[in-house]
Design a protein around this ligand. Structure first.
Ligand code: GCW
Length: 671
């Protein structure tokens, strides 16, 4: 059916010519099956029956036309000194795989080879992907291993099934029904994630509750872990720092107090009893009112290391978030963008070996465009994780089309001028999930692409977002280039379109208060100055933008000297970040020859034009798309045009009221 539930794992019938190329007569798995190989075989059966109309039989012996799944342990030939695949396989690690047409035991087979059963599962998904959306007449020769060890989803899911910043219905975790009732959706969730190589998931919101770590919830998390385990996905939990105190089991939450350390050790032991491969904790501390070690005049390192010691005997990890900003104090008058660097940079080298610091892509908060976070490249002694937001809190929810693959790629390939690209500074990646219990999982069909792109980039942070978009479009809609190619174009233009109609030229944080949807650049009366949009755009009669150079907040100094020098001058600052770093007069001359004011207006217009173009490109695809998905997408694209017009008109009207400048000839003042 066409409701989107099957995501990119649709396995629709292939055209006859493509079917004939497959020629799989049997499936062979030497050695004893495991829950993971069972999952791989089930997926291959599902995929092949869908695509070719019949599932080949499982066979014990290798014969011509076999699809052979093998590890060196299962098939000693692969480990033999004479095997041409031996070295290649050895380089692929625990999770990598290779796909090949090979001659084994004198038979012509299609080989999926790996060093572990998880590698075989990943290889099976990769082979199905290649088969469903074949790259033009290429010989099967794939060899792939993940570049990052930790590839996680972070659910901001609450125990009452609401989801913070979730736009796809309720949480998929039905805490009431668990542990006894395990929804089939958990298995399909595991399949979808394993198909991308995602190998961990934090089940609950970083704004966490003490109850999460009580026995009943540990049992529920254990039930989810049991479902996910065969798919190579570990379960993690967000831990509230004050849990023992709030449960009245200690008199303090001070990380240096022996009773607190003892409590966490015992808690870790209890969790590992129930979930032997539990991944560890994610912690939001001393940020937005969450408790943390600073409440006891201890550092982030003191807090993280205390938890790290509790999970270390079990090989667990702690992911400690760097998204911090003070509720009160000096930073408000100055620049909130600076706080994470100021708190964390001095702690480089002070974290235990099993602690990772998890840093948002930018220093403010998941804006449509931010420069990369200055902590990347600045903490050489600390493993860092990237935190991307897949759910579109600031980019139009699940209504507006914005392909985040392009945005993720832009951050990952940014040069830190200190330690290579941002991608090269990473030990792991976390994506704040956009998944909910909506039938199509993500709230809209196109938002599935953001989950997909995140997963593929976590596997290979150097991958190209356009290639990923092409894969997704072919798998999700159709490999027919009349369909896939225009969808790729829509995806690739969508994010810049959103930037243009919401926050062009480096503007940021202008969204409506608390819900963060729609424009509110005029708001200046919130209890905290750094929540007000006026704090960020700083528009007045003379100009607009946030001066982060030495004559302003000096946030620019947190970057490597080469970047700091380049961006100190507006003329050598990338245009797309101009007003992030500079406050400029309205008549500042832009490279286009327009004044800044005229350029701003042109960008808003371009954004609106972009939404009309997205809609128009979709409408012509109508004859080629199933009716249900066509309509569901069309309605959102039409709505997006109106969202863009609202953004443009409200922003221009407000900025005009501040600048006092006339609109250019031909532009009507909004009614
Ligand atoms: O941007 C803010 C979001 C909060 C979120 C916080 C965070 C989970 O508006 O909803 O809380 O970021 O990342 O901790």
């Amino acid at each position: 059916d066409e409701d989107g539930y099957d995501l990119w794992l649709r396995y629709r019938p292939l055209e006859r010519a493509a079917q004939q190329r497959i020629q799989v007569r049997s499936i062979v798995l030497p050695g004893a099956p495991s829950p993971t190989t069972d999952a791989a075989l089930a997926e291959l059966n599902k995929g092949l029956s869908g695509m070719t109309g019949r599932a080949p039989a499982s066979a014990a012996r290798i014969s011509d036309g076999a699809l052979l799944l093998a590890t060196p342990a299962r098939l000693p030939e692969l480990a033999a000194a004479a095997s041409p695949l031996r070295t290649e396989l050895a380089a692929l690690g625990d999770e990598g795989y290779l796909l090949r047409q090979a001659r084994i035991q004198g038979r012509n087979v299609t080989l999926i080879a790996a060093n572990s059963d998880i590698g075989l599962l990943y290889g099976a998904f990769a082979w199905l992907r290649e088969t469903a959306a074949p790259a033009a007449s290429r010989a099967l020769a794939v060899s792939s291993a993940p570049k990052l060890q930790l590839r996680l989803l972070n659910h901001w899911d609450n125990l009452d099934r609401t989801v913070e910043r979730g736009y796809a219905g309720q949480s998929i975790w039905d805490w009431w029904a668990l542990p006894d009732i395990k929804d089939q959706r958990y298995t399909d969730y595991a399949r979808a994630n394993a198909s991308l190589g995602i190998n961990g998931t934090v089940l609950n919101n970083v704004n966490s509750k003490p109850e999460v770590l009580t026995a009943p919830f540990i049992a529920k998390a254990a039930a989810v872990a049991d479902v996910l385990r065969p798919y190579g996905i570990k379960v993690y939990l967000s831990a509230r720092f004050s849990t023992p105190l709030e449960l009245h089991e200690t008199a303090t939450a001070d990380p240096l107090a022996p009773e607190v350390q003892q409590w966490w050790r015992a808690k870790a032991d209890e969790i590992y009893q129930a979930i032997p491969d539990f991944g560890g904790f994610l912690v939001k501390a001393n940020s937005e009112g969450q408790p943390g070690p600073q409440d006891y005049h201890r550092t982030h390192a003191d807090g993280a290391n205390m938890l790290a010691a509790a999970v270390a005997p079990h090989k667990g990890i702690v992911m400690w978030r760097a998204f911090v900003y003070a509720p009160k104090g000096a930073h408000l008058a100055d620049d909130r963008a600076k706080q994470a660097y100021e708190e964390f940079k001095p702690l480089d080298g002070k974290f235990a070996a099993n602690v990772l610091v998890q840093v948002k892509n930018g220093a403010i908060d998941f804006q449509p465009r931010e420069p990369f976070h200055p902590l990347f490249g600045a903490m050489p002694k600390t493993p860092l994780m990237m935190e991307f937001q897949i759910t579109k809190e600031y980019l139009g929810y699940s209504t507006d089309l914005a392909y985040l693959g392009a945005m993720f790629e832009e951050t990952l390939e940014s040069d830190t001028k200190a330690a290579g690209t941002v991608a090269q500074t990473l030990s792991g990646m976390a994506g704040v999930a956009n998944i909910g219990s909506d039938r199509n999982w993500a709230g809209s069909h196109f938002d599935q692409a953001n989950w997909y792109a995140y997963g593929r980039l976590a596997w290979n942070p150097q991958a190209k977002s356009r290639d990923i978009a092409a894969e997704w479009a072919a798998l999700t809609f159709s490999p027919d280039q009349r369909v896939a190619a225009p969808i790729v174009d829509m995806l690739m233009m969508s994010r810049e379109t959103v930037v243009d109609y919401m926050t062009p030229l480096g503007l940021h944080h202008l969204m409506g208060t608390s819900h963060h949807h729609g424009p509110a650049p005029w708001v200046d009366n919130l209890e905290r100055p750094d929540w007000n949009p006026v704090y960020y755009h700083r528009a007045d009669r003379n100009g607009i933008g946030f001066n982060r150079t030495a004559t302003g907040s000096s946030a620019l100094q947190q970057y490597a000297p080469e970047i700091a020098r380049q961006y100190a001058d507006p003329r050598t600052t990338p245009e797309q970040l101009l007003l992030w770093f500079h406050h400029l007069p309205w008549d500042y001359a832009m490279p286009s020859g327009r004044t800044l004011w005229a350029e701003l207006l042109a960008r808003y217009d371009k954004g609106v034009a972009g939404t009309k173009s997205l809609h128009a490109r979709w409408v012509v695809l109508k004859p080629l798309i199933d009716a249900r998905r066509y309509t569901e997408v069309e309605q959102r694209l039409a709505r997006q045009i109106n969202n863009a017009i609202l953004w443009r008109d409200a922003s221009i009207a407000y900025f005009q009221s501040v600048s006092g400048l006339p609109l250019p000839p031909g532009v009507q003042a909004p009614a």
